[in-house]
Write a protein that binds this ligand. Sequence first.
Ligand code: PLP
Length: 285
Amino acid sequence: LPTAWLNGEFLPVQEARISPLDRGFLFGDAVYEVIPVYDGQPFRLDEHLARLENSLKAIRLSDAMGRQRWRDTLLELVERNGGGDQNVYLQVSRGTDKGREHGFPAEPIAPTCFAMSSPLPRPPAHLRSEGARAHLVEDLRWRRCDIKATTLLPNILAKQAAHEAGADEALLHRDGELIEGSSMTLFLVKDGVIHTPPQSSAILPGITRQVVLELAHELGISVQETALPLEQLEQADELWFSSSSREIMPVTRVDEQTIGEGRPGPVWARVQAALEASTRQGKKQ
Ligand code: PLP
């Protein structure tokens, strides 16, 4: 049974208890991170913890743990769960108040800090050989998508709509532009150049996005951080999604439209291979 960690204590995940008055439960007043672990080593841990600090600051929640304590705690969690490949989830909520009051607690309360680990899902083989299907869904999220908040209803509804349309991921669009997936960053390749929407409050600052940009630079592939009008789908040679737990996923169909030649493309293959090499050696923390 996997070991979890709650407010300073390691325990079996099904024994962890959180009050219904926790603001994470009542309001989704919480932020989170998902960190992949390869061969017992969290990948890009410092970048994830830096993003956590930004999310906490953005929701005006003090960082009760600090980076070093998070680092030690997560490394111990990974070890207690047997090392190898894992997917670590952590969440910080504003804590358990005395009642249900929207405003911040009148008196300071301790945030609820939680972490757990599960097996790292391997991308299904058919997604790599044939590519994934995406389903266009209007982006109904709020205007601070740069905060990794647990309030994920629009993402959940978009993902479910995608599944019901027979697709693997939702491709969110807003005001005529392609934005990102419901839980993945978006890339479009045209004439050998990788295009991705610029960092803004409309998208999550993906850690894998950053890694992809670094790897592209090392491989000598040009990148343009630029808005992606919906019409560019027709001219795209390749389309990808990326995330920490699913690496880089080639997309070969968006609803009834075929992307490029309908197969995972050569630029994807190069960058994904470089990512796999990077997750397994060096550059781990
Ligand atoms: N965009 C959204 C909305 C996400 O939820 C996620 C991750 O879960 C990503 C992008 C990818 O971010 P990362 O590469 O840091 O996992």
